[in-house]
Design a protein around this ligand. Sequence first.
Ligand code: ADP
Ligand code: MG
Length: 511
Amino acid sequence: MAGRFSFRRMPAPEPPAPPGSVPGSGFAPPPDQMPGQTPEEAAPAADGIAWTVFQEGTPEAASMMAPLPPAPPPPVPASPVAPANAAMREKLLDAKVRLHRRLIEEINLAALEKLPEDEIRKHIQQLVSQYVLVERLALNTQELADFVTEILDEMTGLGPIEPLLKDASVNDILINGHECVYVERRGILEPTAVRFKDEAHLLRIINKIVSAVGRRVDESHPLCDARLLDGSRVNVAVRPVAVDGPLVSIRKFSKKPLGLDKLVEVGALRPQMAELLAAMVKARVTTIISGGTGSGKTTMLNALSAFISDKERLITIEDAAELQLQQPHVARMETRPPNVEGKGEIRQRDLVKNALRMRPERIILGECRGEEAFDMLQAMNTGHEGSMATIHANNPREAISRLEQMIGMAGLPMTITSIRGQIAAAVRIIVQLSRLSDGKRRVMSIAEITGMEGEILQMQEIFKYVRTATLEDGTVQGHFVATGVRPRILSDLAAKGIKIPPQYFDPSKPL
Ligand SMILES: Nc1ncnc2c1ncn2[C@@H]1O[C@H](COP(=O)(O)OP(=O)(O)O)[C@@H](O)[C@H]1O
Ligand SMILES: [Mg+2]
């Protein structure tokens, strides 16, 4: 099994959104708040951010008035299998596990693994056929072939979840105890028929993942992050932390990351918005990508990075290297968790500081979530324009508030106004992403930071997604619109020879 998996630390769970940022979170809207606006939007300066949401008199003002329909009900788990089938499956599962144990005992796995796959298969097929006869399992040819595949998966892979790992339409695999496995396909969570024989079986698979990297999970070490060799990220929690049995979360590595064209094709944004974003990246406009967990931040960062010039030296900093930049000159760095004695940790902040001594043109920070925000902003303000980072927030205003908080974590004596001033000077564009109730990831907003007025950071929205309805099945209806704001950055772009047609920003022209 050695060499199949490697251990890496995964990013820590993304921080929860600050309270009060969710519409309908229990705050009575002030009298001057428009339906559809968050309290923050209605009270622009309360958090020190002036937020131009749309221009009055545009058709969007009307569509903003429509209240959002309620979220759709959660998906119903698949009905349990028919009893006769269940008994048969039970027997098969049982046989598989016993056969697996016997095979492990009887064969020299290390020797077997060196053989090409079809040879291993032939070998296993023989053993399985004998076993099936002895055990009197009634299987047809197809079932026998499936059985062989499953045994092979057990031996050389991750057992019952191996088919899910191979299934390209699956993004995430979520195991909640041995009898419940969910997958995410096209943004929607769905239950699967996959299950493990018992908890011990699941624990064996878990320890197979983590043992390949010299770790074990048990009651005294119930949490572990790992990464499969193909880049997929794995998080494991077992008893007593996991109350109902082992929890495994796998974020599969996308072999072919979505490019900006593809994101347009799947409706995540419109071509005009993509053209503007690409132009900004080319022109080294500092951009922050904001969104919730799984909203497509890393994907967007990757897609945008394609527009960075080949001539630039890039340094990427991540907790677990996920980015797949296409440029020739990329130096990749990854944080390191502390060892068993709690020593030797290397944090994102250490890496950002170090990166500045490595003569980068731009720094790409996979996810900004703490004290490193300060050093990152410094870098953005001192000749590393065009640097990019992602941040966990639900809207552009919240992204700014989070940045303020994170800069505060650096522990320097700075006033909120000077922190805000630093942000306004460093960051120009915020791209806001969301995963909506239909599972689709969309660019909800492209906002421009235009500077400070007194103590207030000025921000204006250029494009946004307007939801008009949510159907019974959760499908979200809506459209992208230009707000009518002409980005100030256009003149900078023009100075660099990049022209964006002004009609892109005309709200009366459909995108
Ligand atoms: N616009 C999109 N359409 C469909 N799938 C997407 C889109 N954007 C991202 N994904 C997929 O969603 C999953 C989560 O995306 P990721 O970029 O890792 O999210 P985040 O970094 O915000 O957690 C990935 O499997 C990715 O391939
Ligand atoms: Mg990510």
